[in-house]
Design a protein around this ligand. Structure first.
Ligand code: LLP
Length: 464
């Protein structure tokens, strides 16, 4: 069974974020099984155990291609797509990302350390975060990573001190971006919206004159401002906020140049945030058309204000990785509350996917070993898929469409879990975290092994 990954008819790249299932997902009529690559999901579950995170290599590659190809075709200047590591990171995945030619956006010493251990090129790493510690900044300085995105004036002062004490001089300044709060609101969950004025992230626009003054006086010999950064939020379904944000940044560039002829900013970082379809009802933006439009507007606007084309940076996390991922669970206990509801419990839940509990996030699922059977909402007794954690909010899907004969041992596949699942996983209830595998054609590559009970004990210090 070979899947067709050729581009759609209009020759634009695939936009995997538009689909709920990964690109190489197929239901095989012969055995009624769901496949990823060339392997039945139930076989992956049997060999690797459940819960299991599975990443579809074809989907990751298609999403990376969509970003890169679009910028190549629609942006006449330099550009770099930085994968937002917070979505999902391990050493093997960092290596895959590096092989695809992407850069990496990290937000902690742990993410940076993982990237460096993976041999990720430091010059393609950008370090974000609103409260980087001195140790984290020193690690970044020591490895001479590509950009540090300074989040506030306090951090700028700290970075200056550290740069000076690390011997950085006027010929060897630390290249930074500065994250600003663009004051742009977009319609997404409050917790994942970041661009509005009252935000813990970024420098307020009113503080920009002070910032530029400091950079041109006391910090002039240690720090070099390369550009600004704005991230307006996550799971965004509108393109206008990106346009507004890009124009706002470029107006600031022009304004800075007006007052400081020597400061020409060469990088423009528009952050991440493009949304994906978690369910069939979601209607996200196609990556090629949207990014192509944004890139064209940036290029046109630069021409209009006579500003040299900056290197365009974007930082997608979810739209590069979420659709590639699915989680396999094994069905365990079931029960019916008379006249109310049917409960189907699986062997994972809020420990491996906190998003339903945290954001009310919705997911789509199939029973992978019965994939060709009709999946329906069972009328009077809607089925609720729940996890195994000791918490009532541990719900995977509140009202799920399932085959009528779901039974213990069936393998449930939940889609769209490639981003913000493993990276936000916990060992709540001392349940070990799942393994991750990468599937591509016939190849099955383990990326993360399953956590063991002994791993859970590894940090414990028994009393003497
Ligand atoms: N750049 C910056 C500065 C960010 O803060 C983020 C996400 C990204 C890029 C990547 O955004 P993406 O393309 O993935 O939307 N835990 C939440 C998402 C939090 C996103 C935080 N920042 C969730 O599970 O939905």
């Amino acid at each position: 069974m070979t899947a067709d990954f050729s581009p759609p008819a209009n020759n634009e790249p695939h936009s995997p974020n538009l689909f709920v299932e990964p690109l190489s997902y197929r239901i095989h009529g012969g055995d009624g099984q769901a496949y990823l690559g060339n392997t039945p999901l139930s076989q992956l579950a049997a060999h690797h155990g459940t819960p299991l995170y599975v990443l579809d290599g074809a989907t990751v590659k298609a999403a990376a291609h969509a970003y890169q190809h679009t910028l190549e075709n629609h942006y006449p200047g330099e550009h770099l797509v930085l994968y937002a590591a917070k979505a999902n990171l391990n050493i093997g995945l960092a290596q895959k990302i590096g092989q695809l030619g992407l850069g990496l956006d990290v937000v902690s010493g742990g993410e940076l350390y993982t990237a460096l251990q993976a041999g990720f090129p430091p010059e393609k790493i950008c370090f974000n975060g609103n409260n980087k510690s001195a140790d984290e900044l020193l690690m970044a300085l020591h490895h001479r990573i590509g950009r540090i995105t300074v989040d506030n004036l306090d951090e700028l002062a700290l970075l200056h001190e550290l740069a000076a004490s690390s011997g950085r001089t006027a010929d060897d300044r630390v290249p930074i971006l500065v994250r600003i709060t663009p004051g742009i609101e977009c319609h997404t969950h409050d917790y994942i919206q970041t661009g509005q004025n009252d935000s813990k992230f970024g420098v307020d626009l009113s503080e920009l004159p002070t910032l530029v003054h400091q950079l041109t006086t006391e910090y002039a010999d240690t720090i070099e401002l390369k550009g600004l950064h704005a991230h307006i939020g996550s799971q965004i379904f509108e393109r206008q906020p990106y346009i507004d944000s890009a124009k706002l940044l470029l107006n600031i560039y022009a304004n800075i140049r007006k007052h400081h002829a020597d400061i020409v900013l060469t990088d423009l970082n528009l952050g991440g945030g493009m949304g994906i379809a978690y369910t069939k009802g979601d209607d996200p933006l196609p990556i090629p058309a949207t990014l192509g439009f944004i890139a064209t507007i940036v290029a046109d606007y630069c021409e209009l204000i006579d500003y040299p084309l900056p290197r365009l940076l974007v930082e997608p996390g979810r739209s590069l990785m979420a659709t590639a991922g699915l989680t396999l669970y094994t069905v365990g206990s079931q029960k019916t509350v008379p006249n109310t509801r049917h409960y189907v419990a699986v062997d994972g839940g809020m420990g491996d996917n906190i998003r339903p509990a945290l954001y009310g996030a919705e997911y789509h699922a199939v029973v992978a070993n019965k994939a060709s059977e009709a999946h329906t909402l069972s009328g009077t007794h809607p089925a609720r898929i729940v996890g195994k954690y000791c918490e009532s909010g541990d719900v995977v899907i509140p009202e799920a469409k399932l085959p009528a004969n779901v039974t213990r041992g069936d393998i449930l596949a939940v889609f769209g879990t490639g981003a913000y699942n493993d990276s936000m996983a916990s060992t709540y209830n001392r349940v070990p975290r799942p393994a991750t595998i990468w599937v591509e054609g016939d190849a099955i590559i383990p990326l993360v092994r399953r956590e063991t009970y002994d791993d859970l004990l590894a940090r414990d210090i028994p009393l003497k």
